[in-house]
Write a protein that binds this ligand. Structure first.
Ligand code: AMP
Length: 283
């Protein structure tokens, strides 16, 4: 296992190994690894002959400085978890923000269009510009053949898809299913920030998505939103930021069911002020 902290060292290593490999797989993460991340890494292992995981808490994708400050970090445990899977996985953990941003943490200009104007794009202005900026930088550094991202951040996979379509046509994007705990809560590094009492109630988020899947064709959309808001906000310290059903190809809002369109429900709940997001394909 290589653990590389400098971009220059990384580029030299990648260049030297280029001839020996056919498929380089990249799994970008912000660390505090859980089984969801590990499932992406395992998928990369199955499909690539060289796997790199990056761990970098990207400042430009945090629209809230407090969220950036409190984002969980545990590099030692991350390294152990990866080593436990295999000693053949390589890690890039930039030693500082400057290693990536070279004293300029402005975001690059990307034409992200409508998919950046709704859901997370609306509630976290600038977030996806930050995501596109870091992913663009990582893709340029690694020149990967296959990249692995999670369905948990479905809108993010659409942004990455657009970036790939426009600038990296040779990269293949693999979207991996969401891993959940026994209550259905999507695993997330942010779950570590929630008190035990609230954590025990977080299963309600997935329950609401399942409820939407059962009922969206028979309940008026505005009533469905009200019902879900009530279910969530009955719980102490739980607030619904949004629940929305959208066309999963375009992210256009659901109005009435149209045959052939795949609808997906998106939810964001603030639990003790921590934003938890999830989504589910309805049709
Ligand atoms: P993050 O460290 O939160 O930036 O996530 C790194 C990658 O792991 C992203 O592609 C996420 O979508 C993916 N991911 C996060 N949580 C899960 C999960 N519960 N199941 C599967 N993939 C996940």
């Amino acid at each position: 296992m290589l653990i590389i902290k400098s971009t220059i060292d990384l580029k030299n290593i990648l260049k030297a190994k280029k001839k020996q490999r056919k498929k380089l797989g990249l799994v970008p993460t912000m660390g505090s690894l859980h089984d969801g991340h590990l499932s992406l890494i395992k998928k990369a292992q199955e499909n690539c002959d060289e796997v790199w995981v990056s761990i970098f808490i990207n400042p430009t994708q945090f629209n809230d400085p407090k969220d950036f400050e409190s984002y969980p970090k545990d590099f030692k445990s991350d390294i152990n978890k990866i080593q436990f899977i295999s000693k053949n996985i390589n890690l890039f953990i930039p030693k500082s923000v400057n290693e990536i941003y070279h004293n300029d943490t402005s975001t690059d200009k990307f034409e992200l269009g409508f998919i950046n104007k709704v859901l997370e794009g609306k509630y976290r202005p600038g977030h996806f510009e930050g995501v596109a900026t870091i992913v663009n930088k990582l893709f340029k550094i690694f020149d990967p053949n296959i990249v692995f991202f999670g369905e948990k951040d479905f809108q993010q996979t659409m942004i990455i898809g657009k970036l790939i379509y426009n600038f990296f046509p040779n990269i293949h994007l693999v979207i991996c299913p969401t891993l959940r705990n026994k209550d259905g809560l999507a695993l997330s590094s942010r779950n570590n920030l929630i008190s035990q009492k609230s954590y025990g109630n977080c299963g309600i988020i997935f329950e609401c998505l399942l409820y939407a899947r059962e009922n969206y064709l028979v309940t008026k959309y505005s009533d469905l939103i009200k019902i879900i808001k009530r279910k969530i906000e009955l719980l102490d310290s739980f607030n619904l930021e949004y629940f929305e059903i959208r066309d999963e190809k375009t992210l256009k809002s659901f109005k009435q069911y149209e045959k052939g369109v795949c609808y997906r429900a998106f939810i964001c709940v603030k639990v003790e002020g921590i934003r938890l997001i999830d989504n589910l394909l309805l049709s």
